[in-house]
Design a protein around this ligand. Structure first.
Ligand code: ZN
Length: 81
């Protein structure tokens, strides 16, 4: 039974990570539940390092960029310290 709790816990963590990287929370939680929270988290970290996709021009920008370097789209400033 504890295994399922850990499994769910990891999925929730992945959800938080997904939110941090401006990605689909539900999609990533489902992925974490399907495969494994660890695998999903690793995948998310790799993708997060790679960059984020601009919603306006679909180009990839640096993860910490506030303005898209391709089309000058301003990313929503999330609560990030
Ligand atoms: Zn752009």
């Amino acid at each position: 039974m504890e295994v399922f709790l850990i499994w769910f816990g990891l999925a929730v963590v992945v959800g938080f990570l997904a939110a941090r990287y401006d990605r689909s929370i539900l999609g990533w939680v489902l992925l974490a539940l399907l495969v494994s929270g660890l695998i999903a988290a690793l995948l998310l970290l790799v993708l997060g390092q790679a960059g984020k996709k601009c919603p306006q021009c679909s180009e990839t920008c640096k993860r910490d960029a506030r303005v898209c370097r391709h089309c000058a789209y301003e990313f929503a400033t999330t609560l990030r310290s």
